[in-house]
Design a binder for this molecule. Structure first.
Ligand code: C5P
Length: 240
């Protein structure tokens, strides 16, 4: 592993809960965590005020809403996310070139206007819930692997900062895009945690060694009797 000191910076804890109180109590239980992910469920349940509340406690927010709409609508959502102080957010690369270019442009414009750092824009390639057969039903004949490569190149050309990728894709995408491109990887499991419904898992250390920039971890931390102990154990293991 390259840098052992900033390991905490590389872990995004997924707040996959539906209630504001539960989310905030997890945040309070996890003071060492730098990044929290707010996804569709929590955002739809609690609204954007939760972003500011968690941010005010000193954390960074990864807003995982996987935006996918016409350029003008996505641009509006991104302006709002910037105003709420989100540090990183996801959008579907399938939204197309114009949508991504517009997203990049308004993220920069709105951040400058507010005197903030522009959020990192992270593209979603192909959802891991889809297989080759599902894609064919959607009229997409190309296999998943070449599609992921093509989509990631398009996203980079449009100025996105990185993409979400499964543990299986880290090596290929890292090789393809060099060291700066951000790879955000869910589906990692420490040896002591249950695999749950994640099928193709790697350990956090393996994923970081292959070149993941950030790991998204939910249940192995928030589903433990002591989330804080689980988080600290994970960091200790990564250090060693
Ligand atoms: O609990 P677990 O560690 O499996 O949570 C992983 C997080 O990453 C969840 O928020 C899940 O929605 C997200 N995710 C995933 N697999 C993907 C994309 C996102 O598990 N392919």
């Amino acid at each position: 592993m390259k840098a052992k000191d900033n390991l905490v910076e590389k872990i995004i804890v997924a707040l996959d809960v539906a209630e504001r109180e539960k989310a905030l109590s997890l945040v309070d239980e996890l003071p060492e965590v730098r990044w929290f992910k707010i996804g569709l469920e929590l955002f739809t349940s609690c609204g954007p005020s939760l972003i500011e509340e968690i941010k005010d406690k000193g954390h960074q927010i990864f807003l995982d809403l996987k935006l996918h709409d016409i350029p003008n609508t996505v641009a509006g959502a991104i302006r709002a996310a910037v105003r709420h102080g989100v540090s990183m957010l996801t959008l579907h690369i399938f939204g197309g070139r114009e949508m991504m270019l517009k997203a990049r442009e308004v993220a920069q414009e709105e951040s400058q206007r507010k005197g903030l750092t522009s959020p990192k824009l992270i593209g979603v390639t192909i959802l891991t819930s889809l297989n080759d057969e599902d894609l064919e039903l959607l009229g997409l004949k190309e296999k998943i692997a070449p599609q992921i490569l093509r989509l990631s190149h398009l996203a980079r050309e449009c100025g996105l900062d990185g993409c979400v990728c499964s543990p299986q894709e880290i090596s290929l995408l890292r090789q393809e895009h060099g060291p700066e491109w951000l790879l955000i990887t869910p589906g990692v499991r420490p040896a002591w945690a249950a695999s749950n419904d994640q099928k193709r898992i790697l350990s956090p250390a393996e994923a970081l060694n292959l070149g993941a920039s950030f790991l998204v971890i939910g249940r192995p931390i928030i589903g433990q009797p002591s989330p804080r102990q689980a988080f600290l154990k994970l960091i200790e293991e990564l250090k060693s």
